[in-house]
Design a protein around this ligand. Structure first.
Ligand SMILES: Cc1cc2nc3c(=O)[nH]c(=O)nc-3n(C[C@H](O)[C@H](O)[C@H](O)COP(=O)(O)O)c2cc1C
Length: 332
């Protein structure tokens, strides 16, 4: 129903994409989103080894015959994962769409492009969008300050960031961050994007491979219940407000705080434990402000069908109605 350059490039029915999500972007969620006409994206680093990623790709293929992608998140990490081996696994598995995110994507983008792969690069600023465009990416996914994960250090929310990027970026764009329903979808198109990318909203779906208590936490948390962490380490992250993130913020506020002081609380393995056991005291839970708009846990198909159906009504009735209602003075 909404045909854009994004649906054309991705070969999907709808311009709705699920961004890579550590521990969540597994075959169950990814195939459900792709089967519902969106683009699901497996998260490469959720798999412990490149061979596990190959197996996860194969598993996903048994669950959908629709297009799906793989996310490769490039972290500024001291013990960096074996990125070239993950990249090779993606290419050799015949994946046709990749989402890159993070630092210094150039060598990865070049290799993916050389193998004919459609590359979505996710970033958080206009300057990074333009440099990714120069590298030859096909689609820019741009995350406003509202987003879960890493919103960067510029603090520009989507209402300004997306049109600012649209003024300069020529390839099609996905608006990301703070989108959870048809209102956000239509707004994104109005701001100059040609589709949306969502993270938090897809965590609160039936198929998301996380504990029901975490889905309930998202439903119960409002738009104020997130924390920004790692600000002083210039690697800002937006997470759900929980006892663990409260403690991280409290420790980080100390003038002499160093990363080692919070490290035991923020370890990725602890976050995984929280997601899988539902114990919010176990580790961080990553969510964005959009949780304030999430009130249910639908299937991915129900969610996507609702967004598209409501969006058509917003455009065809609500907005069109405004256009028709000429002010009396203008009619006179
Ligand atoms: C639980 C969770 C884990 C995430 N992990 C990653 C990741 O590993 N790599 C990445 O590029 N983005 C990651 N993100 C960000 C999402 O891909 C997406 O850009 C973001 O959630 C969009 O904002 P929204 O949550 O407001 O929709 C994660 C988001 C969530 C909610």
């Amino acid at each position: 129903m909404f045909t854009t350059r994004v649906t054309e490039k991705l070969g999907t029915e709808h311009p709705i994409v699920q961004g890579g999500m550590m521990w969540v972007g597994r075959a169950e969620l990814v195939s459900a989103i792709s089967n519902a006409g969106g683009l699901g994206i497996l998260t490469a680093l959720t798999q412990p080894t490149p061979d596990d990623l190959r197996r996860e790709i194969d598993r996903c293929r048994t669950m959908t015959d629709k297009p799906f992608g793989v996310n490769l998140t490039l972290l500024p990490s001291m013990n960096a994962p074996d990125y070239p081996a993950y990249r090779k696994a993606i290419i050799e598995s015949g994946i046709s769409i990749v989402e890159t995110a993070g630092h210094r994507p150039q060598e990865h983008v070049e290799d993916f492009k050389a193998h004919g792969i459609t590359v979505i690069h996710k970033c958080v600023s206009v300057r990074h969008a333009l440099s990714a465009e120069r590298m030859g990416v096909d689609i820019i996914s741009i995350d406003g300050f509202e987003c879960a994960g890493h919103p960067g250090e510029d603090d520009v929310s989507g209402l300004v960031l997306i049109p600012a990027a649209a003024d300069k970026v020529k390839v099609p764009m996905l608006a990301s961050g703070g989108i959870g329903d048809a209102r956000g979808f239509v707004a994104a198109l109005a701001l100059g994007a040609e589709g949306i990318n969502m993270g938090t909203r897809f965590c609160a779906t039936q198929e998301a491979p996380i504990h029901p208590r975490i889905k309930q936490l998202i439903v119960e948390s409002d738009e104020r219940a997130t924390h920004l962490i790692f600000r002083r380490f210039k690697n800002t992250g937006r997470v759900c407000r929980t006892p663990v993130s409260d403690k991280v913020v409290q420790i980080s506020a100390h003038p002499d705080a160093v990363f080692a002081d919070i490290q035991p609380l923020v370890a990725g393995a602890k976050g995984r434990q929280a997601l899988e056991t539902g114990d919010i005291e176990a580790g961080l839970v990553w969510t964005g402000q959009v949780q304030g708009l999430i009130h249910d846990v639908p299937t991915c198909r129900e969610l996507i069908d609702t967004i598209i159906g409501d969006a058509a009504r917003i455009v065809g009735q609500r907005l069109d109605g405004f256009l028709g209602a000429a002010p009396r003075s203008a009619a006179a």
